[in-house]
Design a binder for this molecule. Structure first.
Ligand code: NAD
Length: 461
């Protein structure tokens, strides 16, 4: 049975770009069967040939970069310069995987003893057929973190792009196929939640999910019963603490960018700010001036910094957070409501005098809104930074390296930042604690994540 039709809507205008047929349960089962049949041949292909396909994919990304950037902007509303940045960042990730994979996945001899005729080795076996269920906010980043190392390791990948980034997902599939990855080894599954649910009903060998905690919890429950590998990269409520020894103006500019880049729709967007009371007022003034300077408008315009929200439903989440905060005594310093134009627009919003009784400091906002809270000292800041269900990233701004280390070592988060924020490196593992997820991608560990180690005990006589 075919799935429901899928409308691709431009979030900047509200108009439908195209309507597509989503995959139904039968198509998803057929795609799984094809991938299952093709995977052993792919796994038997020498790794250098698998890596060569990724090198050709990289060439295609370079050659078609502008078209890809424009498609991304059209369907998720990401300002065009930020779409280009995402593609540039993708190249750096591809370079990392191309350079490191063969070494990291090589067979390891861990012990040899001639007197016992004993040899011990580890090989890294592909998991088999995996699902990659993905989010829309950085489709090239969150997708490639999974499908590139998974393919290089010899897995077949059933890739479900978000229904909000379907055209980008189809571009990715076309380019991988053109680069030499067989059609039934990298297999797109098109659709929304029903297609994802149909995918989860297949006898998979692993599931790698990026998205919200709510969906991640559903997926983990299904995977748990089947005893298959599950990795979840979920949401965050990422804090930054600004100490009293920094220049308020430059810290404000950097942290505002961390909060509002991609219109606040990054998993590692700054979502809560704590400022030492000694510089609180100067920081807030500089922060609001910075936010008011942001150019809001057509995401295809080169000068635009703030675009629309990808999902219309998120406007209500932001409205509710603003109303709740104001009712509980927060000061609204700018923004605070949807912008009246076609599409999904919300004015960049800064709330001060907030506290942890307010939704804006507790639930993921995933939009252009931020709360700023004054703190008396480092101990209070650490306590507040850890007072969350999430644990993706956390940052501190200070000139004092020892102070930063002291604070960051006590914060519960997968990534910690000193004098920076909203940053991902291909060389470092990307992971979350608590409701931000389990498992990891990126770094050399994020290459091995798509394999299972096989232990070889070899006695020659
Ligand atoms: P989402 O949970 O709504 O959707 C994610 C994916 O799951 C989509 O492809 C969707 O179609 C699919 N899906 C929905 N219901 C399903 C079901 N029942 N079974 C199977 N699949 C289903 O999340 P989203 O709106 O796409 O992404 C936003 C969230 O992702 C935010 O919370 C953000 O913080 C998080 N995120 C995290 C990271 C990270 O690295 N930790 C990166 C990007 C985004």
């Amino acid at each position: 049975m075919a799935g429901p039709a899928l409308s691709i809507v431009n979030p900047a205008t509200g108009s439908t770009v195209v309507r597509l047929a989503a995959d139904g349960a039968r198509e998803v089962a057929q795609r799984h069967a094809a991938a299952r049949a093709a995977q052993p041949r792919w796994a038997a292909t020498p790794i250098r040939k698998r890596i060569a396909t990724i090198e050709r994919f990289r060439d295609q990304i370079v050659a078609q970069g502008e078209t890809l950037a424009r498609t991304l902007t059209q369907e998720v509303g990401k300002p065009i310069r930020q779409s280009r940045n995402e593609l540039k960042g993708l190249l750096a990730r591809l370079d990392f995987f191309i350079a490191e994979s063969a070494r990291v996945l090589r067979e390891q001899k861990v012990f040899a003893d001639a007197t016992q005729n004993l040899d011990e080795r580890i090989t890294h076996e592909p998991l088999g057929v995996i699902a990659n269920i993905s989010a829309w906010n950085y489709p090239y980043f969150v997708g490639s973190n999974v499908f590139i190392p998974a393919l290089v390791a010899g897995n077949a990948v059933l890739y479900k792009p978000s229904e909000f980034a379907t055209l980008t997902g189809r571009h990715i599939a076309d380019l991988l196929h053109a680069a030499g990855v067989p059609d039934d080894v990298f297999v797109p599954v098109i659709g929304g939640a029903p297609a994802g649910a149909a995918l989860m009903r297949q006898p998979l060998d692993g599931v790698f999910f990026t998205g919200s905690y709510a969906t991640g919890a559903t997926i983990a429950a299904i995977a748990g019963k089947r005893m298959i590998k599950v990795q979840l990269e979920l949401g965050g409520k990422d804090p930054v603490y600004v100490c009293d020894d920094v220049d308020a103006k430059s810290a404000a500019a950097a942290v505002a960018d961390g909060a509002f880049y991609n219109t606040g729709q990054s998993c590692c967007s700054v979502e809560r700010i704590y400022v030492h009371e000694a510089i609180h007022d100067a920081f807030v003034d500089a922060f609001v001036a910075e936010v008011k300077s942001y150019r809001i408008g057509d995401p295809m315009d080169e000068a635009t910094y703030i675009g629309p929200l990808a999902r219309r439903a998120q406007l209500d989440v932001l409205r509710r957070q603003v109303a709740d905060a104001r009712r509980k005594g927060a000061s609204l310093l700018c923004g605070g409501s949807a912008i009246k134009r076609k599409g999904n627009w919300f004015a960049p919003t800064v709330l001060a005098d907030v506290d942890h009784s307010m939704l804006v400091m507790r639930e993921e906002s995933f939009g252009p809104i931020i709360g700023i809270q004054a703190v008396a000292d480092d101990a209070a800041a650490i306590e507040l930074m850890n007072d969350t269900e999430y644990g993706l990233t956390a940052g501190v701004y200070t000139h004092d390296a020892a102070r930063a280390r002291r604070i960051l070592s006590r914060v519960h988060a997968g990534s910690v930042y000193w004098n920076c924020c909203d940053r991902v490196s291909p060389r470092l593992p990307w992971s979350g604690v608590k409701h931000s997820g389990i498992g990891l991608t990126l770094g050399t560990m994020g290459i091995q994540a798509f394999t299972r180690p096989k232990a070889w005990h070899l006695r020659s006589a």
